[in-house]
Design a binder for this molecule. Sequence first.
Ligand code: I3S
Length: 128
Amino acid sequence: AVARIQDIPHEVEKAGQLKKTKIAEGGRKLRKNWAMSWVVLAGNSLIFYKEPKVQGPGSWRPSGSKPESSVDLRGAVLDWARDMSSRKNVIHLRMVTGNEFLLQSDSDAVIQDWYQILQNVIEKLDRE
Ligand code: I3S
């Protein structure tokens, strides 16, 4: 069998800076606290760092700092957060754990890229 890129642990599919806030923990609503986050998509996981990592062309290397948090995308629900923020370009992610996040970029292209790749990963996991 051919190993797919998604099967390789810690294979980074995408990484970049997004504004992030957690809005629910286990289904319980939280007060928003928007902050810049370095977001890494690797396999089934979305990993959040406070500081940017070293990024080269098509690659990403951890610089030693521990992730702030990470979430499992299996069973997650993705949509546009139309009525959940005054900001534009806001993605709403709800995890199976009942944790919910908003991710935002001022760049239309950046947020569209993230939406597409997250949708692809979640759909792939749904088919497994
Ligand atoms: O959904 P909300 O309550 O309108 O979200 C805003 C608040 O969290 C606000 O902080 P305060 O809790 O101090 O009011 C934030 O500064 C805003 O950024 C939040 O709204 P946006 O529209 O930026 O998601």
